[in-house]
Design a binder for this molecule. Structure first.
Ligand SMILES: Nc1ncnc2c1ncn2[C@@H]1O[C@H](COP(=O)(O)OP(=O)(O)OC[C@H]2O[C@@H]([n+]3cccc(C(=O)O)c3)[C@H](O)[C@@H]2O)[C@@H](O)[C@H]1O
Ligand SMILES: Nc1ncnc2c1ncn2[C@@H]1O[C@H](COP(=O)(O)OP(=O)(O)OP(=O)(O)O)[C@@H](O)[C@H]1O
Ligand SMILES: [Mg+2]
Length: 273
């Protein structure tokens, strides 16, 4: 194995072989234990229709149902956070149906994002780029989830996992901003396997991953933006040999995005030297 590959696998805690049922139990138990230890009152998570939030959302609902059986009252808010009308709203609704959250809500981020866009144009005297606006959308979703969390003393769930973490493919303090990460250590195909194990419809566990942040290219696939396939990223994270160009691209992105996987850099840090 490549030297950096060994390091990355250890840092992200990826296991090459998993038992999906056991992984579900382990993660639901983690969510329940953390909620009890912190005496918080439940969870909130944005549901996009993509497979990561469908999986984390279903596990959150299972945690809340288990907690009720143990005599602990907890809420789970599954919140749709569209920018106006989402092009694949049907999948998002199918995800909401499958999750069956205790509380289902909708928060349209369009007025907030459009407000930022207008003020940005006045301040910078230039239009915000579609790419930069995409990050504003991701950060607006974070703010909406923290507002709901603050209202009821809930924990914000993040869907970061090894196959996104390794390339830093998330918005810093956007979808990267969360309190608890139940999918951590899993790669993309393992997320899919857990969702299938939970009995999700095929339409949901086989959904093509998309950050879906661009006005100009709705539903642009992650693989198109990254130029690396999840098959390659997953294989790399399982310690397999992949083509040199793909391995080098993953490692380049990993090294360039170290600042996203840590708290803000201070005088006491040395990792960047
Ligand atoms: N070396 C460094 N040390 C400390 N901070 C550093 C830094 N370099 C940049 N920064 C800071 O980081 C910022 C750039 O990071 P960031 O704002 O995240 O922006 P950036 O990494 O450029 O863009 C986010 C990427 O994640 C993708 N994404 C976002 C959201 C969701 C998903 C998804 O899969 O659903 C994917 C998105 O498509 C895009 O490719 C800079 O503006 C700067 O403030
Ligand atoms: N339109 C949306 N509505 C609600 N939440 C969203 C929306 N877009 C993104 N999110 C939140 O941001 C997280 C990160 O998005 P990301 O695309 O990585 O995950 P996903 O959509 O759940 O799965 P996939 O990566 O397979 O598309 C989502 O898991 C979800 O919590
Ligand atoms: Mg998505």
């Amino acid at each position: 194995m490549r030297e950096l590959q060994v390091q990355i696998i250890a840092e992200l805690g990826v296991q090459a072989h998993i038992d999906p049922a056991a992984e579900i139990t382990r993660r639901v138990t983690f969510m329940k234990d953390y909620l009890k230890a912190t005496r918080t009152k439940g969870f909130v998570l944005g549901i996009s229709g993509g497979l990561d939030s469908t999986l984390a959302g279903r596990m959150a609902q299972l945690a809340v149902e288990d907690l009720a059986n143990d005599g602990v009252e907890a809420n789970f808010i599954a919140v749709r956070l569209p920018y106006g009308v989402q092009h694949d709203e049907g999948d998002a609704q199918a995800a909401m149906d499958f999750i069956g959250a205790k509380s289902a809500q909708t928060f349209n981020i369009a007025p907030a994002v459009d407000g930022f866009e207008a003020e940005f144009a006045k301040t910078a005297m230039a239009d915000v780029s579609d790419f930069n606006k995409g990050n504003i959308k991701a950060r607006s979703r974070m703010i909406a989830q923290y507002a709901l969390a603050g209202h009821e003393n809930l924990l914000v769930i993040g869907t970061d996992h090894a196959a996104e973490s390794v390339t830093g493919f998330f918005t810093k303090f956007g979808d990267g901003g969360a309190d608890i990460l139940p999918l951590f250590t899993l790669n993309k195909r393992q997320n899919r396997a857990l969702l299938k194990e939970l009995g999700a419809p095929e339409q949901l566990y086989n959904k093509v991953p998309t950050a879906d942040l661009l006005d100009g290219k709705p539903g642009r696939t992650d693989e198109e933006e990254l130029g690396i396939s999840y098959e390659q990223i997953d294989d790399y994270l399982e310690g397999k040999t992949i083509p040199e160009a793909a391995a080098a691209a993953i490692e380049r992105r990993f090294l360039a995005t170290r600042h996203k996987r840590t708290v803000p850099v201070s005088l006491l840090d040395t990792w960047w030297r």
